[in-house]
Ligand binder design. Structure first.
Ligand SMILES: [Zn+2]
Length: 235
């Protein structure tokens, strides 16, 4: 747990920026960036005319351009309108579920949320490749996803994905722990990591656009907690 004037536990020390950069250098080669830009330009101006099922189709197709060689494609679904959540990733059936009303937001907002939820899938799959048993116990993914992960164990000397995979597994397991200890780990190791990858990806695709984070940075979160803020108000 984060406490004022106490050193941060090692498992909550923020992942260094160069780890995220090295990861994205592997995941987003220049060709993938130009492919996704072309796809986005085809749909961006028409976005508000599409109905929900076309939007879901468009988002699903982005997976093929960006992530197909890295993790199994989640199904994209729409759920009943919810006010608090734009979308959620569900490892149990490997799906991204969008709140129906959120799909009416601008293309950029919906795209960013889709990216964020996709990175949950990406990191969960890395955790499964890192440690299939432990990650299965925590995430309960479908058996076909586990079988794919089993075929592609993560090389333990591949430190960049191993770091992200370990932290994601830790934060996912800690989420259920009572009180601040679990939430600090969940926010820093899962949500803030995912959001940092999302922000950096967005900036690589649109170098001149503004990005509004949906979670604070790790440094801002820790500062808020050191000043006595509750986890939920610091993220
Ligand atoms: Zn999230």
């Amino acid at each position: 747990v984060i406490q004022k004037d106490k050193p941060l536990p090692p498992e909550l020390v923020p992942i260094r920026p160069e780890v995220y950069r090295a990861f994205l250098d592997q995941v987003l080669p220049a060709e993938a960036i130009s492919t996704i830009r072309v796809q986005i330009n085809k749909v961006r101006s028409e976005w508000s005319y599409f109905d929900a099922s076309i939007k879901i189709n468009v988002l699903s197709n982005f997976h093929d351009a960006l992530f197909a060689s890295f993790f199994p494609k989640p199904s994209v679904q729409k759920t009943f309108a919810r006010l608090r959540f734009a979308a959620t990733f569900h490892p149990g059936d490997w799906s991204v579920r969008f709140s129906e009303n959120f799909l009416t937001h601008s293309f950029d907002n919906v795209f960013n949320v889709w990216l964020h939820e996709s990175y949950h899938g990406f990191l969960h799959f890395l955790s499964l490749r890192l440690s299939l048993e432990a990650a299965t116990d925590t995430l309960h993914p479908p058996s076909d996803i586990c079988e794919i992960a089993r075929k592609y164990p993560l090389a333990m000397n591949d430190l960049v994905p191993v770091t992200l995979a370990k932290r994601n597994l830790l934060g996912s397991a800690d989420r259920g722990l009572f009180g601040g200890r679990g939430l600090d780990s969940y926010y820093l190791n899962v949500e803030i990591s995912v959001e940092t990858l999302t922000e950096l990806t967005f900036k690589r695709i649109f170098p001149y656009a503004q990005y509004k984070r949906s979670y604070k940075t790790a440094d801002e979160y820790i500062k808020g907690r050191m000043n006595g803020g509750a986890p939920i108000y610091c993220c």
